[in-house]
Design a protein around this ligand. Structure first.
Ligand code: IMP
Ligand code: MG
Length: 177
């Protein structure tokens, strides 16, 4: 049972099953030696599960992290994206898989993609946990996605609302939001 006031959209079993399928799709499309760049903070739970699913699909990703600011404490995208903490690993010549929690306006992922392309990545592919089918502010589509997301604000599985709820082992929605 979820906490009061929260309804479940994707439960832990659905997420685990879908991630193994998704890892198979990624393994079929990319070579075994990729640089997986997890965009923090939101994608840390998804990335942690995805790298283990990728292992079972035969992949041996190198893993790095890129912390970007997007929403602050509100629920509206501010429009500007800032690097809070940069990647450590050189990206030039690498096959990069950028991993994020949600694709919504496209600002975060297109910023990250452009950044890594400017640094000479051989290819940059985008994997998102949730894809919200809303008009993008900038052109940006995912190469891989776990789930199509309902057009409402979601929490859990790494996603927060005002710094809370990241620990929920499922994706949920706050009643009334
Ligand atoms: P975009 O730059 O508008 O595509 O937004 C992407 C970022 O906004 C994601 O990485 C999330 O951190 C955040 N975000 C967008 N929608 C939601 C949501 O429904 N719940 C929690 N965070 C969200
Ligand atoms: Mg995020």
């Amino acid at each position: 049972m979820p906490p009061p006031g929260i309804s479940v959209l994707f439960d832990a079993g659905q997420i685990a099953a879908r991630l193994q399928e998704l890892a198979g799709e990624i393994a079929a499309a990319m070579g075994p030696d990729i640089l997986l760049v997890s965009i923090l903070k939101g994608s840390f739970v998804f990335s942690a599960d995805l790298i283990r699913a990728l292992y079972h699909a035969g992949m041996r990703p190198e893993v790095d992290f890129l912390t970007l600011s997007s929403y602050g404490a509100g629920t509206q995208s501010r429009g500007d994206v800032r690097i809070v903490r940069d990647v450590d690993d050189p990206v030039a010549g690498r096959q990069v898989l950028l991993v994020d929690d949600i694709l919504e306006s496209g600002r975060t992922l297109s910023f990250a993609r452009d950044l890594l392309q400017q640094r000479g990545a051989a290819a940059v592919k985008l994997a998102v946990f949730l894809d919200k089918p809303v008009p993008r502010a900038v052109p940006c589509e995912a190469d891989f996605r776990a789930f199509l997301c309902p057009e409402r604000f979601v929490i859990g599985y790494g996603l927060d609302h005002a710094h809370r709820y990241r620990e929920l082992p499922f994706v949920g929605a706050l009643d009334g939001m």
